[in-house]
Design a binder for this molecule. Structure first.
Ligand code: ADP
Length: 400
């Protein structure tokens, strides 16, 4: 099936037209500055990028620009929208309502709306993308694929917070976790590589999605049993600009000293913390590596902190699952930084992790980077969230 995958943000919208079986990408692109002015960058493999400034006061004009680009006589890849079989949307927060992807109908939209308090920045934008597609392509089936859904198999001891239970019962406060589509994709791919996709019972995998946003997950029997992000994506590992887990006392302490209100405080924790906050240099791991190489001590400290926390989580999840068969690295840092992969796994020899330094250094794309004797297999598996969204969309539309 030809699936249009949409990831709508508040002022930007990414799209990809792809084959849900082969994974072939016919075209992908980005609408930016929605609500400000508007620009589309449209990419077709083997052709020059096409960039055009098109007014986009709302997501409707952005989707309209996507349709025009995809069907354009010169830059397009299909003759008419009829060639698009269905549309898959990335949706951030599915709360407790969604344990799988879902055909978009009124009940699904109402449930996504109900989750807005849990994902106040993303869910409204995701809904704008959905509504624009409904308006402009009313006959197309649409599917919502949630970042949280894969993590809904966590047991209570992993998802409950140690605060009064009524906040869970009355207000849905619990660990949800994010990057679920990525953790699902790489864990399923890892099971295939282990030859266990048909019988995942007994398998134990730690997946590490390390990019600008980062999270790890513990995958037992092919199902998520724990993950580092929480009610929102600020929790867990330190990230590009997000603080990850911190002592909640810090919030009151700093608000008291500097007179910040809660919005200013959260802005600091979301946008000015993480490896950017420690280093003062950049949130980009390539910049940090360059600065550390030049002798910048805080850049080195930021990288050390990141590596340390990832390593600690791998150990935690091995304990939680009673062992580990495979560790998988993915996303910008996980796929591209042999140095960090080596640092994150060094010292884990006691639990049977033995990295093949040469394979690790020369890894491009999907590869096993542990030694033959390593009890724990270490893989790099490039993530493909869009393919997972396209596959879910095709599956649900096929069933419907
Ligand atoms: P996002 O969460 O925005 O999708 P990505 O998964 O694309 O992020 O990851 C972006 C991060 O990956 C950036 O910090 C970037 O510096 C880092 N990265 C990309 N290539 C490399 C590399 N070769 N070495 C180290 N870090 C890299």
């Amino acid at each position: 099936m030809k699936i249009l995958v949409i990831n709508a943000g508040s002022s930007s919208l990414k799209y990809q037209l792809m084959d849900s079986v082969t994974g072939e990408v016919f075209s992908k692109g980005l609408c930016e500055r929605i609500g400000i002015d508007g620009r589309i960058t449209h990419r077709v493999p083997g052709r020059d990028n096409w960039v055009s400034d098109i007014p986009m006061p709302t997501h409707n004009e952005a989707i309209s620009a996507v349709i025009e680009a995809l069907t354009d006589a010169e830059h397009g890849v299909v003759k008419t929208v009829d060639e698009i079989d269905a549309i898959g949307h990335r949706v951030l927060h599915g709360g407790m309502a969604f344990t799988d992807s879902c055909i978009i109908d009124d009940a699904c939209i109402a449930a996504i709306e109900k989750c807005i308090p849990l994902g106040p920045l993303h869910n409204p934008a995701n809904l704008m993308g959905i509504r624009a597609c409904q308006k402009l392509m009313p006959t197309k089936k649409q599917v919502a694929v949630f970042d949280t859904a894969f993590h809904m198999t966590m047991p209570p001891e992993a998802y409950i917070y140690a605060i009064p239970y009524e906040y869970y019962e009355k207000n849905d406060v619990r660990r949800y976790g994010f990057h679920g589509t990525s953790h699902r994709y790489i864990s399923q791919r890892c099971l295939e590589l282990l030859g266990r996709s048909e019988n995942p019972e007994g398998t134990k995998i730690v997946t590490c999605h390390l990019g600008n946003g980062s999270s790890c997950a513990a995958i037992k029997d092919g199902k998520c049993v724990d993950t580092t992000m929480g009610l929102g994506p600020l929790a867990g590992l330190p990230m590009g600009t997000r603080c990850g887990d911190i002592d909640a006392t810090i919030i009151e302490y700093l608000m008291g000293i500097y007179g910040y209100d809660i919005k200013e405080m959260l802005n600091i924790l979301n946008k000015k913390s993480g490896v950017l906050g420690i280093s003062g240099v950049s949130s980009d791991f390539r910049d940090l590596a360059a600065a550390a190489y030049e002798g910048n001590e805080r850049a080195t400290l930021a990288l050390d902190k990141f590596n340390y926390e990832v390593k600690k989580v791998i150990g935690e999840y091995a304990a939680a699952m009673g062992g580990v068969d495979a560790i998988v690295f993915t996303a910008g840092v996980g796929e591209n930084s042999p140095v960090l992969r080596e640092k994150m796994t060094s010292g884990l020899e006691f639990m049977g992790v033995e990295l093949d330094k040469e394979k690790n250094a020369n890894c491009h794309g999907e590869e096993l980077i542990s030694t033959e004797n390593s009890k724990v297999k270490v893989y790099v598996i490039p993530t493909n969230e869009e393919l997972m969204i396209a596959m879910d969309t095709a599956r649900l539309v096929g069933e419907n």
